[in-house]
Every structure is written in structure tokens, then in C-alpha cells.
Design a protein around this ligand. Structure first.
Ligand code: ATP
Ligand code: MG
Length: 273
């Protein structure tokens, strides 16, 4: 089982979009996948429709009882399960802060289901805090979307360093910070976007101690992502061929999976057919 946490210190950069579509892609290719909505605003929770009634519990139970029991809902995408967010008042942040092992609760809960899933993907909110820490501590790999505006490029490095420094003291508890892969998202074809993309790559290369890598493949800005969300479908199902030089969503997901070093060794649905 591989746990991937999608995090960023900025809002609106595509965390939920990336989580939902990576999850949908992996599930469509035969993997057993669980997506966890660890954002107070439950966008991921309703991204795909549910197959059957929702589980009686969600994120609050996962964290407070360090257990996934009765907290797993099934989405309409075969092979894709969900733990929904149920903390509209943001009380979990406070609960985690005043609970000595609060930040380790997601990690502990997931240990009990490591044989049930190939991948667990956790979506987070774009703000530092105990909940984001808990999601990062549970991860084997961090994926951080970056949009190529200047502000975002600077914020990316400053914010990411800050976000990871919060976890620095945890090394004394035997915890190792997972590596982080930045993924450029919503890339348009302007020169500006390209320049900023290479600036981010250079910045990351200049700080090898941070273990930050920028994925080779960038996710282009296309209407398919919004369209896919509105019809509750993984984007690779609806955009399967290129328009001009722009990568299709299917190709983008295929390449991104490779960039992230993810192996899907299971037979795909096409192979089975
Ligand atoms: N590659 C893309 N091309 C076009 N639109 C995109 C792309 N990626 C994301 N979007 C759109 O950008 C908006 C923000 O994306 P998303 O909700 O995934 O960001 P987020 O980081 O999860 O935001 P928040 O911080 O509010 O949780 C959405 O409307 C989404 O459809
Ligand atoms: Mg989101």
C-alpha cells in the first residue's frame, strides 16, 4: 500500500482535482484505492457520486478513534472508496492540537487497512495546521500542485519549506519526512508560464536538502477538468485524445503516474476483457 498526500500551502491550486483524478485513474486501471477528504470544505467528498448510502462515519471518527471502521463509503467508480469530511466547524484542528498523539492518528488508523488497498490518497486544505500535519505524517509521498503564477512560485518554496519545517522535530520520534514532488498544474502556453516553471525547477534543484522534485509532466489548463468534475467522472475517461500540442488528460495521467514512480502492477480492465 502506498499513501500519497496531496498538499499545498495555497488554496485553489488543484489539490482536490489531482486527488480525485489520480484516484479515478488508478481505480480504473485495476487498483484498489481509498481517497480521504481531510479538508474542512468537503469538495472531494462529493466529487464522485456514492454507490449506496454513505458510511455512518467519516474523517472525525477516523481521527478520534484512529480507526476506519464504519467510515468507508463506496463511490460510483468501481474500486474507489472514500472517507468523507464531516467537520464543517473545523473542530478537528483543535482536537488534534490538544491530543498528545493527535497528529499520528491518521497514520495509525491506516495501518489496520494496509492490506485492503493498493493506494490511499489524502486531500488536504491549503492551510497549515494539525490536520494537514496528520495527513503528511500518514504519507509515503507528498504531491504538491503548483500553478505557474509568480506569487505561487515564490509561495510554493517558502510555504513548502515552512510546512515541512513544522514536522522537523518529529525525527526524534523516529518519523521520516516523506519526499515531495511538485506538479505544475493549469499550465497555459504562454512564455510566462514556461519561465516560471523553469524557475521553480531551478529553485528546487538548488535545494537538494529539501528533497523536493518537480515532475517532468505538467498538467495543462483545459476545460476537461472542470467538465469532468461537473459530471462526476475521472477526467481521463472524457478527454482521451490531444487537441493540437496539448496533452490529453489520459496522456497526462499516464505520464504523471510514471513521474511519481507509481507502479500499477495489476492487470488493467482492458487486459481482463
Ligand atoms: N488543469 C486544470 N485545468 C483547468 N482547470 C483546473 C485544472 N485543475 C484544476 N482546475 C480548476 O481549478 C479550480 C480549483 O481546483 P481545486 O478545487 O482542485 O483546487 P484546490 O487546491 O483543491 O482548492 P481548495 O484550496 O479550495 O481546496 C476548480 O474549479 C478546478 O476545476
Ligand atoms: Mg480542495
Amino acid at each position: 500500500m502506498t499513501t500519497i498526500t496531496v498538499c499545498a500551502t495555497k488554496g485553489g491550486v488543484g489539490k482536490t482535482t489531482v486527488t480525485a483524478n489520480l484516484g479515478g485513474y488508478l481505480a480504473d486501471h485495476g487498483a484498489k484505492v481509498l481517497i480521504i477528504d481531510a479538508d474542512v470544505q468537503p469538495t472531494l467528498s462529493s466529487y464522485y457520486g456514492l454507490n449506496g448510502p454513505p458510511a455512518s462515519h467519516g474523517l472525525t471518527h477516523l481521527i478520534q478513534s484512529a480507526s476506519t471502521e464504519e467510515a468507508i463509503s463506496h463511490t460510483g467508480i468501481s474500486g474507489l472508496d472514500l472517507i468523507y469530511s464531516d467537520d464543517p466547524e473545523g473542530e478537528l484542528q483543535h482536537w488534534i492540537a490538544r491530543t498528545p498523539d493527535g497528529r499520528f492518528r491518521i497514520r495509525r488508523a491506516l495501518e489496520s487497512i494496509q492490506n485492503d488497498y493498493d493506494f490511499i490518497l489524502i486531500d488536504t486544505q491549503g492551510a497549515v495546521g494539525g490536520l494537514q500535519d496528520a495527513a503528511i505524517i500518514a504519507a509515503d509521498l507528498l504531491v504538491s500542485p503548483i500553478t505557474p503564477e509568480m506569487l505561487s512560485a515564490r509561495e510554493f518554496l517558502r510555504g513548502t519549506v515552512q510546512m515541512l519545517e513544522r514536522l522537523g522535530d518529529l525525527q526524534y520520534l523516529g518519523f521520516e519526512r516523506p519526499p515531495l514532488i511538485g506538479v505544475l498544474n493549469r499550465m497555459d502556453k504562454t512564455r510566462d508560464a514556461k519561465d516560471i516553471a523553469s524557475q521553480i525547477r531551478e529553485l528546487a534543484a538548488a535545494h537538494p536538502e529539501l528533497e523536493i522534485r518537480i515532475a517532468e509532466t505538467a498538467i495543462p489548463a483545459t476545460v476537461a477538468y472542470r467538465k469532468a468534475a461537473s459530471i462526476q467522472m475521472p477526467v481521463h475517461r472524457i478527454e482521451t485524445s490531444r487537441s493540437g500540442p496539448t496533452l490529453s488528460a489520459l496522456e497526462t495521467m499516464q505520464r504523471l503516474i510514471k513521474n511519481l514512480g507509481i507502479e500499477i502492477t495489476l492487470p488493467t480492465r482492458e487486459d481482463k476483457a
